[in-house]
Ligand binder design. Structure first.
Ligand SMILES: [Zn+2]
Length: 315
């Protein structure tokens, strides 16, 4: 009988002891703010959006090129049943900001934010460009809700009042977690760009400095100098983050690692050599597709990039 009691006592002690050792889940509950990220992959233009959440609030980064894609993204965000504090737009290209009006309606309490004034200006300028004579066949026209608000278009988008300028290099999630914003880049894929680093995730979100197995967008207003700057910035970012070795999330294509930087530099060198040594657009296209057969957006990004840089091409 004594032995039985001792055994019960031992078991109770063991149970108490085990109960006191925190396991992984308890640790998460204790901090309450484990930052997570979910990548939303748009079909149109293979453009990525990101949902940062910590169990208490959400920040969304970039909102797609088509309203119907933004609606799908909104469904994913709403399923999390958490308040959205910010919608961060990284740069002034339509594939990252077209979803703004539908997000504004879906999450009226969320702030649409950009890192600085220059990016807000880029967004409005690009919208005006897409809405006017500058739009090429490269992209579908601007969606009506993004027409700038004017006397003639009183229901248009009020860029100055609907988009808030952060003017800081940190965006904090309600409930914990920080996104570090970097914007001191040369004019490259866009005149101004925001990249995001998350120390908690050890992950870098390159926006359109990053293309993973997707042809780079070098169309429209992207000059050879912009491409050279892009190459230079890729090497700088690679060096800056080499020691941390973060997970790499591109603006277009799948999540990857630091090897992407060398792949992109190689791509830029191949593109420059092929396009500058050809007089025919179709021949340059053929050579690029032969070198990069599995890359996405050949009929969109590559086609209009070559049209942009091979203006005298005979086709
Ligand atoms: Zn993009």
């Amino acid at each position: 009988m004594v032995k039985y009691r001792q055994m019960i006592g031992l078991l109770v002690s063991l149970w108490l002891l085990v109960g006191c050792i925190p396991n992984g889940n308890d640790a998460d509950v204790d901090t309450g703010n484990q930052l997570q990220v979910e990548m939303f992959k748009g079909d149109f233009a293979t453009v990525n959006s990101f949902i940062f959440s910590n169990g208490e609030s959400i920040i969304v980064m970039d909102v797609q090129r088509k309203s119907y894609e933004a609606e799908k993204l909104i469904e994913v965000v709403k399923a999390k049943q958490l308040p959205v504090s910010h919608i961060l737009i990284t740069h002034g290209h339509t594939d990252h900001f077209t979803g703004m009006p539908v997000f504004r309606s879906a999450f009226p309490g969320a702030k649409i934010v950009v890192a600085n004034q220059a990016i807000r200006d880029d967004i409005k300028d690009y919208a005006i460009y897409m809405d006017g004579f500058g739009a090429t066949a490269a992209e579908p026209p601007l969606e009506a809700p993004l027409k700038p608000k004017t006397a003639a278009h009183p229901d248009g988008f009020d860029y100055e009042n609907y988009i808030e300028v952060l003017n800081t290099d940190r965006l904090e999630l309600i409930g914990g977690g920080v996104l570090e914003l970097t914007t001191d880049y040369k004019e490259a894929e866009a005149p101004h760009m925001t990249t995001v680093y998350s120390p908690e995730l050890n992950a870098i979100f390159l926006s359109d400095f990053g293309y993973n197995k997707v042809h780079h967008w070098q169309g429209d207003d992207i000059s050879w100098q912009d491409i050279a700057n892009w190459r230079e910035e890729l090497l700088r970012i690679k060096a800056d983050y080499a020691e941390r070795n973060p997970v790499v999330y591109p603006g277009h294509g799948d999540v990857t690692d630091m090897t992407m930087f060398d792949d992109m530099v190689q791509y830029i060198d191949d593109y420059t050599r092929i396009v500058q040594s050809n007089r025919s657009r179709s021949e340059a296209m053929r050579q690029m597709m032969e070198l990069y057969p599995d890359y996405g957006e050949a009929d969109f990004f590559l086609k209009y990039s070559i049209e942009n840089h091979l203006v005298d091409g005979i086709d």
